[in-house]
Design a protein around this ligand. Structure first.
Ligand code: ADP
Length: 432
C-alpha cells in the first residue's frame, strides 16, 4: 500500500519534473527563437543599410547647397519657375509702390520644406529642402537651410548643368532691371524683383551734370589697370548733396540702370547694424553694384566721431570710415552718399579717397523748368515753354523738382491755360 502510494508520488513528481522541464524547454526554445529572429532582423537591417550606403555612394549623385551660399537662392528660384510639376510651395507676398504711386503686389512661390521630385532632361531629380536648424553668428541668428538635389546614376554633369542654368536664370533676372539689395546678416539679399531701369532722360538736372557723372563712372570702370598699376585702391565715391526732392536718389537709380548695375542700399539707422557687420558687408558687395548710403547727415548727428545718435544704431563714425577704407572692401566698389546738409558732415567722411566726386543737386534752374515743362506737356509750343518759365520766375521762389512733378501729375488732364493760372499751387500742397 505504502509502496504503491510512494510509487504514485514518485510518478507524480516525475510527471511534475517532466512538465516543468517541458515547459522550460519551450520557453528556452521561444527565447532562442526570439533572439535568433531579432539577430536575423538586425543582420538584415545592417545588410540593407550597407547595401543602401553602397548604392547611394556608387549610384546616386547628390548636391547639397546651404543658404549661406549664393547659389541657394538661384536654385530655389530656378526650381520654382522651371518645374511646374511641383505641388508643395511656400509663398512670399511682395508689395511695392511704383513710381506712379500705384501699389502692386505679387506672390513669389518656392518649394516648401520637405521632399519634391521633378524631371530634368530625362533624369528624375529629388529635392530635399531642410530648414530645421538655426545658424548663430555674431550678427544674429538665422535659419540654416539646406537644399539637397539627388539623382540616380553617376552623373555630376547633370548637377553642373542645373547649377549653371540656375545661375544664368538668376543673372537674366538681375539684368532685366535694377535689383535693389539690402543687408541680411553679413551678406546682401535681393529686395523684391528687379525694377524696370529708370531712364537717364527722365531725370532732369542742370546742363552737363548727368553727362559729367556718367563720364566719370565710365572712366573709373574702364581704368581698372590704371589704379592697380599705381597701387591705388580701386574704388570711387560720389557725394550728391542738396535739398530733398531734387533728384539725388532718382539720378543714382538712373545711373545704375544705364550702366546695368544693381544697388546695395545701406541704412546705418538699423539698430542691429554694427561696425563689424558694416566691414563685412562692404567686403561682400556683389560685382556690378553701387552702394548707396542715403541721408548720411541724419546718421551722424553727433560729430564727435564716437557715437551715432539717430536711430540708436551701433555704428560709429570711425567704424564707417574703417568700412569704407578697409582692405577687405570690395575691389571696384562705387559708393554713392546723399545728404541734404553737406555742412553737417564730418570732413573725414568726405575727404578725397572716400568721396572723389561731389555734386550739388538743387532746386530747378530755368533749364530744368523748361525741360520739365516739355516732358510733362509735350503739346506746348516754344512760347508756352517760355511763358511757363517766366511765370514761375515772377514768384521769385525756388521750385523743388518733386513738387513740379506732382504739380504736372495733378493737373495732367487740365488745359494749358488752367496750368498757367494755377502756378501758385507749386508752393502749396498741390491738391486738385
Ligand atoms: P531726393 O533724393 O533728392 O530727395 P528723389 O530723387 O527721391 O529726390 O525725388 C523724389 C521724386 O521727385 C521722384 O519721384 C522723382 O521722380 C522726382 N524728381 C525729383 N527731382 C527730379 C529731377 N531732377 N528730375 C526728374 N524727377 C525728379
Amino acid at each position: 500500500m505504502l509502496y504503491r502510494y510512494l510509487r504514485r508520488c514518485k510518478s507524480a513528481q516525475m510527471l511534475k519534473h517532466f512538465t516543468v522541464a517541458t515547459v522550460s524547454n519551450k520557453t528556452v526554445t521561444k527565447v532562442v527563437g526570439l533572439v535568433g529572429l531579432s539577430l536575423a532582423s538586425m543582420v538584415i537591417d545592417e545588410a540593407i543599410g550597407l547595401i543602401k550606403q553602397y548604392v547611394w555612394r556608387n549610384y546616386v549623385t547628390e548636391l547639397e547647397v546651404s543658404n549661406t551660399d549664393k547659389s541657394y537662392n538661384w536654385l530655389l528660384q530656378w526650381i520654382s519657375k522651371h518645374n511646374q510639376q511641383l505641388l508643395h510651395f511656400s509663398v512670399t507676398t511682395v508689395c511695392r509702390n511704383t513710381e506712379s504711386a500705384h501699389a502692386t503686389s505679387k506672390f513669389d512661390y518656392e518649394p516648401n520644406a520637405g521632399e519634391h521630385m521633378f524631371k530634368y532632361k530625362g533624369h528624375t531629380i529629388r529635392v530635399k529642402r531642410d530648414r530645421s536648424t538655426i545658424l548663430s553668428s555674431e550678427y544674429g541668428s538665422r535659419p540654416f537651410e539646406t537644399l539637397n538635389l539627388s539623382t540616380w546614376g553617376r552623373n555630376r554633369q547633370v548637377m553642373n548643368e542645373i547649377l549653371e542654368e540656375a545661375r544664368l536664370y538668376a543673372m537674366s533676372i538681375m539684368e532685366s532691371g535694377t535689383t535693389l539689395m539690402v543687408p541680411s546678416y553679413d551678406t546682401w539679399h535681393n529686395f523684391g524683383e528687379p525694377r524696370a531701369p529708370r531712364s537717364l532722360s527722365s531725370v532732369i538736372l542742370d546742363e552737363g551734370v548727368i553727362e559729367n557723372i556718367l563720364k566719370d563712372i565710365h572712366n573709373f570702370v574702364d581704368d581698372k589697370s590704371w589704379y592697380l598699376d599705381r597701387g591705388i585702391p580701386y574704388r570711387r565715391g560720389y557725394l550728391l548733396y542738396g535739398p530733398p526732392g531734387c533728384g539725388k536718389t532718382s539720378l543714382i537709380m538712373a545711373l545704375a540702370g544705364d550702366i546695368k548695375y544693381n544697388l546695395c542700399v545701406l541704412s546705418l539707422n538699423d539698430s542691429k547694424m554694427s561696425d563689424d557687420q558694416l566691414v563685412q558687408l562692404m567686403g561682400e558687395v556683389p560685382s556690378k553694384s553701387f552702394v548707396l548710403l542715403e541721408d548720411i547727415d541724419a546718421m551722424f548727428a553727433n560729430r564727435d566721431g564716437k557715437t551715432v545718435i539717430e536711430g540708436s544704431t551701433k555704428v560709429t563714425l570711425s567704424g564707417l570710415l574703417n568700412a569704407l577704407d578697409g582692405v577687405v572692401s570690395s575691389e571696384g566698389r562705387i559708393l554713392f552718399m546723399t545728404t541734404n546738409y553737406v555742412d553737417r558732415l564730418d570732413s573725414a567722411l568726405i575727404r578725397s579717397g572716400r568721396v572723389d566726386f561731389k555734386q550739388y543737386i538743387g532746386t530747378c534752374s530755368d533749364h530744368q523748368l523748361s525741360q520739365m515743362f516739355i516732358r510733362f506737356r509735350p503739346e506746348g509750343t516754344e512760347d508756352d515753354k517760355k511763358r511757363f518759365v517766366e511765370d514761375i520766375k515772377k514768384y521769385n521762389k525756388p521750385v523743388i523738382p518733386a513738387h513740379l512733378q506732382e504739380f504736372f501729375l495733378v493737373h495732367r488732364h487740365k488745359e494749358l491755360n488752367y496750368v498757367f493760372e494755377h502756378i501758385n499751387d507749386l508752393w502749396q500742397n498741390v491738391q486738385d
